[in-house]
Ligand binder design. Structure first.
Ligand SMILES: Nc1ncnc2c1ncn2[C@@H]1O[C@H](COP(=O)(O)OP(=O)(O)OP(=O)(O)O)[C@@H](O)[C@H]1O
Ligand SMILES: [Mg+2]
Length: 222
């Protein structure tokens, strides 16, 4: 279970503090699928980055099964990020010089898994997301929806407990977006995954267990 307590994030821009998160408090149960909605600039990406230990809060905390993630040592935090969190970024951040297969293998190779294990996990995941016929394609040779499926496969290669996806269907048409959400449902059903998915679409969010609405750095509706 994830507990987010009174999270605040303030950026200083030319001596003017910009309060991006204000007292965000949230509990996320094991296996829960939560949609995060809210207008542009509401703080959704900032919250996701903090939950994924990619950024630190100004105050407040996040505990995962009682462990405060921001009091971990740098090495513990790296390992937490690599092994327990799968992150699908708002702009998918696949490595353009590498094939789909290599992109998915990358987190496993960074975690020093054997190459054969990394390859077999990555191949199986790409099969699961319907891309077995695109293993050798580079991101530039894939459609937007295919690239997002590669990014989802990459996020899952370390078999994380948490999948954080920041607008995974932001640039996709509604049919392709639905297909990605069907994929999320299948992945959720076959693993013990807790999912947080940012979306601008109320329709897609309503397919999840619970919707959290953010406005101006605050949670305004759960
Ligand atoms: N590094 C930074 N320095 C200063 N301000 C920042 C920084 N990062 C984000 N902000 C500001 O914080 C606010 C929230 O940004 P964030 O990216 O979390 O919004 P968002 O809800 O994800 O928006 P979108 O739907 O457009 O992706 C924005 O007003 C943004 O300008
Ligand atoms: Mg964002």
């Amino acid at each position: 279970m994830i507990k987010v307590s009174q999270l605040c994030k303030t950026y200083g821009v030319s001596n003017n503090p910009v309060r991006v998160l204000r007292d965000v408090t949230l509990e996320i149960g094991v296996g829960e699928r939560i949609g995060i909605v809210g207008s542009s600039g509401a703080g959704k990406t900032t919250l996701m980055h903090i939950l994924g230990a990619l950024d630190r809060p100004t105050s407040g905390g996040v505990t995962v099964d009682g462990r405060d993630i921001f009091s971990m040592t740098a090495a513990q935090m790296d390992s937490f990020r690599n092994r327990e969190i799968g992150f699908v970024f708002q702009f998918n951040q696949l490595l353009p010089e590498f094939s789909a297969l290599e992109n998915v293998m990358m987190p496993a190779l960074i975690a020093r898994l054997a190459g054969s294990e990394a390859r077999s996990r990555a191949t199986q995941l790409l099969d699961e997301v319907g891309l077995l016929h695109r293993l050798e394609h580079k991101p530039g040779q894939l459609s937007g929806g295919e690239q997002q499926r590669v990014a989802i496969a990459r996020a899952l290669v370390m078999q994380p407990r948490f999948l954080l996806a920041d607008e995974p269907t932001g640039n996709l048409d509604s049919g392709t977006s639905d297909a990605i959400y069907n994929l999320f449902q299948r992945l959720h059903a076959s693993r013990d995954l807790t999912m947080l998915i940012v979306t601008h679409s109320d329709r897609l969010a309503s397919r999840l267990d619970r919707v959290v609405k953010m406005e101006d750095g605050c949670i305004v509706g759960v």
